[in-house]
Structures are given as C-alpha cells and as structure tokens.
Design a protein around this ligand. Sequence first.
Ligand SMILES: [Zn+2]
Length: 357
Amino acid sequence: MAANPLLRPTAEGLWCEAGGFHVDPWRPVETAVVTHAHADHATPGCGRYIASPNTLEIMRVRFDRNLEGVPSDWGERRSFGDCAVSLHPAGHVLGSAQIRIEHREEVWCVTGDYKREPDPSCESFELVRCDTLLTESTFGLPIYRWPDSKSTLDAINGWWRENAATGRTTVLMAYAFGKAQRLLAGLDPTIGPIGLHGALRGPTEVYRDAGIELPPTVPANRTTAAELSGGGIVISPPSATGTPWIRAFEGPGGMRIAAASGWMQVRGRRRWQAVDRGFVLSDHADWPGLLRTIEECGANRIGVTHGFTAPLARYVRERLGLETFEVPTRYVGETPPETIRGDATPEEALAVERPDS
Ligand SMILES: [Zn+2]
C-alpha cells in the first residue's frame, strides 16, 4: 500500500483519517459510513451512520428502532474533513452502496458486497471510476461463474410445482435479508401460497415500502400451517429448518428442502448441507463479474477484501499488471453457511447471521 493511504485498516475497521470516519466498522465508532445492512458490514452501537435511506431502514428494523442515521441519496456529495463522500448502488441487496471517497484529486471506491447481474429486488450496480478500488472477493476463484438467474428462478418454480403436485411442501432456506426477498420476487404465486418465517417479515416490509414488487405472502405459523402444507412454499432462515417449527408445514407427501446460494456451485457442499436440491443463486459478483469491475473502473490499485483475497489479488497483479493489496476483515477464515447448526432455534438463527452468499 502507499505510504499514506486514504483508507487504512485499524482494530475498528477501515479508517479514513482525512475524513474522520470509518467504512463498515466492526466495532462501535463515532461516524460509520455503511455499505449495507448485513451483519458483517453494519455494526450496532455507532454514534451516527451515513448510509442509503433503505440501508438505514433495514438497520432500524433489525438492530435499533432509534438508530441515528444520516440518509444519503445516490450520488449526493457530502463533505467530511478534506473528503467528498458519495454513495452509488452496488446491486447486492436493497440499499447496498459502494462508497466513493474523493480527496485532493484522488478517488477511492469501496464496493462493499456487489453483483453485476440485474436483480428486480434491488437497485442496479453503478460503475464508479476511481484510482483505487477496494473490491470484495467472496467468490474470487475462477470456478465461480453464475448461471443466468432467470433460468435458476424458473427451475425453482418448476421444482415447487412438481412438489405441490405430489403433496410435498416446499421449503427454501435463505438469509432473512436479501436472498429471501430476491427469491420471493422471483416466485410464481399462481403455484400456491407463500409463507414467511417471522425473521423475514420486517425486512420484507421495508422492500415493499421501497416499492419493490413482491407477491402476496402469509406468516408461516400454526394458523397458516394447513394452508401451506402440501402445495405451499415456506421461506426460512437456514437454521430454522432443523427445528420443530418447520414440521408443522409437512404435507401429505412430506417436505422438500432447497438452498439457493453461490456455494451450491460446488457439488460437495450440497451433500454436506443435506438439502434435497441446491440452486446456484448468489448476490455476489462471480469471477468474471469481479474481473470485469476491476477492469472497467479504471483503477490502477486494487485492494482485495472479504473472501478469496490472495488468489484474486495474485491474478490481478500477474495477469492485469495492477498494483494490489489485501485488506483484512473481521471474518478471517470465513466459514461457509453450511456450518450453521441444524438444531438452532429461530432466535439463534437470527443472532448468528452469516456473511450472506
Ligand atoms: Zn452482504
């Protein structure tokens, strides 16, 4: 890294000295500029939060009703010390932002999590030209190449239709914020009723309030169990699928469980997670998406964080001839989602939200 980098890692997270703020800190700090509301990027207890209006809403629903936030519209420039800071859509989940920081003719961009694929449940990725790009690398290996999401969602609906025809309730495991709503937006409500685990309701309401079109849903509970059993579909956080709660929805033909995640591209993970079906659907950039972004943004220095940092940094250095550096994250040696305990209660499932995938 340069002698005096605009952003540098500290015990609290990425710190911008010239602007006097942190980006996605993992400990409480005075001023936090937050890319998005997933728990590995947004930490409760900071003095104030600068984030997109939708990110602040999700944080209020999930962490703290009275959270103090400064909503920042897309592209709106704000001064912090000697810096101008603006937020630009990252296409990862509703409200997710890239952070552009300008300081004396130098521009940095922190992508947070992002994807390049169109997704009707969130704002589309916007390319930010910069000198230094800090990119995520969750799926930073050449094996990760996503199939077209439309065909994946068609396959999910087709599988649901088959299950419904044989009296088997369909269960989709998905993180409560982001993946759940993306799946929901792609479901065909003519097949049957759609039930949501309680953890999904708050975030889903924020999506609806933001004008994202989602099919009608019912809360998945004792009252709706008879309606959902057999022909319905239940969306649930991964660890709630191992609890007695889920058994109430079993149909006459039983129940079929699927996971939808980028990790599903690796066959072994599917077996290990003991699901009936694995669908490849990710809210992160795949390998071609990461490289495309690195090339298109025009940066000559690339910082790599959150994921397969070393392989991606090496490829960028050796094949693209750009300067690289690795940025440490809180999740060193990040565990993939299948390590969530199957017998965790819904409350525990909420408390141990993983870096989504
Ligand atoms: Zn995320």
